[in-house]
Design a protein around this ligand. Sequence first.
Ligand SMILES: Nc1ncnc2c1ncn2[C@@H]1O[C@H](COP(=O)(O)OP(=O)(O)OP(=O)(O)O)[C@@H](O)[C@H]1O
Ligand SMILES: [Mg+2]
Length: 354
Amino acid sequence: MEEIDHEDAESTHLRSLVTAEADGDERAVEAALRPRTLDEVVGQQRVREQLGLVLEAARRRERTPDHVLLSGPPGLGKTTLAMIIAAEMSAPLRLTSGPALTHAGDLAAILSGMNEGDVLFVDEIHRTARPAEEMLYMAMEDFRVDVVIGKGPGATAIPLEIPPFTLVGATTRAGLLPGPLRDRFGFTAHLEFYEPAELDLIVRRSADLLGVEVTRDGSAEIAGRSRGTPRIANRLLRRVRDWAQVRADGVVTLEAARAALDLYEVDESGLDRLDRGVLDVLCRRFGGGPVGVSTLAVAVGEERETVEEVAEPFLVRNGLLARTPRGRVATPAAWAHLGLTPPPGTGDTALFDG
Ligand SMILES: Nc1ncnc2c1ncn2[C@@H]1O[C@H](COP(=O)(O)OP(=O)(O)OP(=O)(O)O)[C@@H](O)[C@H]1O
Ligand SMILES: [Mg+2]
């Protein structure tokens, strides 16, 4: 049921090396690197503990666990955790996604094939179509749904009992979930960006699984450029490995990491060309702002949406750029990142208020 399109995701010429989303073959590559048990999961201490408790309690009561919502930015481990939930409960995992549930019938077909204890994973659950979503409410709460057969006055509703199951929903946009749906989850796990030390562990674990030798400073360098995101860490590791194998002795060292990632234009803080372009234009051409996002986009030769949705979130999160009512503003950290001296007055709190 899961849609996998086999485009060449390993080709990096079209996409930035540091986008958080995966596509095509990258998902297949990732499967090999996924932790299989809660104990293998690196970081996310709180979520691990909370989820561990939910699962252990369910096991002791010999009941299916409450429905679980996993929310957080791309590449932080939602799909991984969904698979772990099923594995920890020794239950089969059924996969679908919001966009695949366009009609109530799509969901009914899946639900009617479920067995007691199954885990149903709905990825991108915020994109579920309305009628399917309403059926989902019922299924989650009452473990039964009404399947409507026919149309108009002749339509009949046939009740369908569903064996108790656990719904695991994943979303990058928890805010888009309607209240009634959100309320039906017994537990919501919010995944946070990872600390460099955690990413370092993830890089070393992945290197191990890939059979690649990595030095301490090599893995630390990759971790530092990974934008708090395991998916990016694993991707950078693969690119550095390539470099090390072709240009050196195959060992992922600090030098290999620096040379490879400089080649791919991912800097020490994980900024790529577009990110740096935005900061550069903002500081050099507009004196640090404030400047409107459309103007900024034209100046870097990108669509407004690309600047807003691809570059800005990371820059804002890292305190390099601020969104103010009067426009985008470079922070003192942005000037420092470019090795420039900010004009006097940059960073005045007045500018960043509101
Ligand atoms: N805590 C972790 N420890 C080790 N590896 C991790 C962890 N979290 C994620 N990963 C790795 O990162 C990759 C991406 O994780 P995953 O597919 O679960 O992200 P996601 O949150 O589902 O992303 P998306 O929103 O794009 O679906 C996986 O290959 C997995 O190996
Ligand atoms: Mg996922």
